[in-house]
Design a protein around this ligand. Structure first.
Ligand code: PCA
Length: 326
């Protein structure tokens, strides 16, 4: 090889290496729930998939347990570009737009099958709303059905009066209030401590969260009312997303599809596994008494009409499409 040809080829190699180094980036990915929670495990696997699939051009670094941003801050952090990507329960932002609470309307969709149908009906509007907020949806995974946790036995609505009850979104807070209890908002990552200190004596949540947080250390009853199945969402900043190469976008999308599938599968498996875990921990796990069920249904009806009023035409169109698909 002639010297000039060698130099040309060396500088071409250097340019390629330089280009590769310049385009390598790290995506810090904040998540609200503890590292052992199945959403966080799914998010971590998604991150590994992206890192490997893009050959390190996008290296995803996960930060579970609210360690980088607290649950309530994650959406804003992604929207404003403080981080490129994040995972969060969107119903936590129902106060911004009622549509974010579509998955937490009591008794509208109480199984995985119906929750999927509701999601299919809601997805186009949700993606539009997210796009207006500089956010692109990558995947979403359901939590198992929500039941009522209490320290003391609850047979009648009277037994709930004045109980300090932990909420995590608009719907859980409103339900607390309508059931005659005192609302205390606490992120899942902090509930074990809150229960231990007596800050709250109950909550509405899934078996998965109660199991993961070992709530049997302070709570004794779980009533499986199946109020709703909320979703966590993996969101990327739309400007960041627009700058991703087509080939890396394809990798990220494939990893997202896989994460949605695997996360949903885990969520389903976890439903009975975690309820058994609560029993093994010493809790009574059963259906609600007829009086409790009647009260919760009544509250559900009030909340459904309130949500429909807040969500207006768009909300009604989604619910109608969902009901027609059932
Ligand atoms: N666990 C989360 C949200 C829904 C759930 O099942 C929590 O309790 O915060």
């Amino acid at each position: 090889m002639k010297k000039t040809a060698l130099l040309t080829s060396l500088s071409a190699t250097a340019m390629i290496l330089g280009a590769t180094v310049a385009s390598a980036e790290t995506w810090d990915l904040p998540m609200a729930y503890s590292g052992s929670n199945f959403h966080s495990v799914t998010g971590a696997e998604f991150g590994k998939c992206v890192t490997t699939g893009t050959g390190g051009e996008i290296t995803v670094k996960t930060h579970p347990g609210g360690s980088l941003f607290k649950g309530s801050e994650i959406k804003r952090a992604v929207q404003t570009g403080m981080v490129p990507i994040g995972e969060r329960l969107l119903s936590g932002h129902q106060n911004e737009d009622a549509l974010f609470g579509i998955d937490s309307v009591p008794f509208l969709a109480t199984s995985y099958e119906s929750a999927d149908k509701l999601w299919n009906a809601a997805k186009p509007e949700m993606e539009k709303l997210l796009a207006e907020q500089n956010l692109t949806l990558l995947y979403s995974v359901l939590w198992p059905a929500q039941g009522l946790y209490f320290k003391n036995e609850v047979k009648t609505p009277e037994d709930m009066k004045g109980v300090a009850f932990r909420s995590y979104n608009t719907a859980s807070a409103r339900m607390t209030e309508l059931l005659g209890m005192r609302n205390v908002s606490i992120e899942a990552a902090e509930i074990s401590q809150a229960f231990a200190m007596g800050v709250a004596e109950g909550m509405v949540s899934s078996g998965a969260t109660g199991y993961g947080r070992k709530v049997w250390e302070t709570l004794n009853y779980f009533y499986s009312v199946d109020a709703w199945l909320p979703r966590n969402y993996m969101l990327v900043n739309s400007e960041v997303w627009a700058g991703v190469s087509e080939s890396n976008k394809a990798v990220v999308k494939a990893c997202a599809d896989f994460a949605e599938y695997a996360g949903t599968w885990r969520s389903k498996e976890y439903t009975s596994f975690t309820l058994q875990g609560l029993r093994d921990g010493g809790m009574t796990v059963e259906g609600p008494s007829p009086e409790l069920k009647a009260k919760v249904d009544e509250v559900g009806e009030i909340m459904t009409s309130e949500w429909l009023e807040q969500a207006g035409e768009k909300g009604k169109a989604i619910v109608d499409a969902y009901l027609a698909s059932k």
